[in-house]
Ligand binder design. Sequence first.
Ligand code: SAH
Ligand code: SF4
Length: 348
Amino acid sequence: MQQRQLLTDLSFDELGAWLTGLGQPAFRAKQLFSWLYGSLVADWGAMTNLPADLRERLSQTALLTSLALLERVTSADGLTTKDLLELRDGETIESVLMRYEGRQSVCLSSQVGCAVGCPFCATGQSGLVRNLTSGEIVDQVLHFARQLHGEGAAITNVVFMGMGEPLANYDPVWKAIRTLNDPRSLRLGARRFTVSTVGIVPGIRRMMQEGLEVGLAVSLHAPTDDLRSQLVPVNKTYPLAELISVCREYAEQTHRRVTFEYALIQGVNDSPQLARQLGQLLHGMLCHVNLIPVNPTSANSYRPASRDTVLLFRQELNQHGIANTVRLGRGLDIQAGCGQLRSRHLSR
Ligand code: SAH
Ligand code: SF4
């Protein structure tokens, strides 16, 4: 049997062409987009302006979502929700909804697993299983958008900080961004998106040619090549000098500050001397450093830096004029670290 067409895999124009192939008039694309992204409906029966026989036909040839909720965990404060979602082939991914005052961010996965293999990351331990399609990425946003819709709220921000390396699955990630950015869809402004990358330099260069001012976050974790190559293996391919140089260009071109993620690991990358080197490395750049005490996973023995060490580290950065924030593992109680819910699921 032919696989059903996942509608969210299609851009507006592609949906029009697909419907034309079914002998339908072009305006049906507008109607379907409006049901999917405007009214956020998830069943054919609700699409009342489509003829019943068309709805019947669509329900046999097309799919409205690729995701099924397997497990949900909510943080003690109720503000962070993390869902384990099952894809059509039985693989699983995690997506997270974070609520702040007036702001609802979704944290998306871009791949099942990840090939990069950072030793502190739960996702990295299982290797890459497969890339997600653009529809599977869009569906994560719709999954939470539907829930918020019922509460009178909407998604305001989208960050690619879940499982996988977004720039290793470049085309589907960007197609998803363009679909969500489309004024006929969710109309999410380019500046509402942040792509977090381990530092794939050619991917960052491609981002600069997209003409959308999407936010860039780079997982730095160390200011020297020796140490970074241990923590982030792709550093051997794209060493710091190249990475920092393309980040400077990105900030200049988009007028957006680049975010650097730095997971503080006790006794590994948390010394004041490394903080000084980090300050020198980023000197003069429009940027912000997020310091995250590492979230321990079952697969490694890394421990988070102590409170005092974090303070000393910040002091050094402040002296170099580098803006920084400590991110205290939001939703640590729900295993909010990348890939932890999935690994628990797999080991069962
Ligand atoms: N692959 C991309 C995006 C997904 S990971 C990247 O690496 O940037 C999202 C962020 O979580 C990255 O900054 C990553 O370094 C960080 N991360 C992964 N495991 C972590 C852990 N155990 N503790 C703290 N941060 C972690
Ligand atoms: Fe992949 Fe990012 Fe995890 Fe590294 S931190 S293994 S790049 S998901």
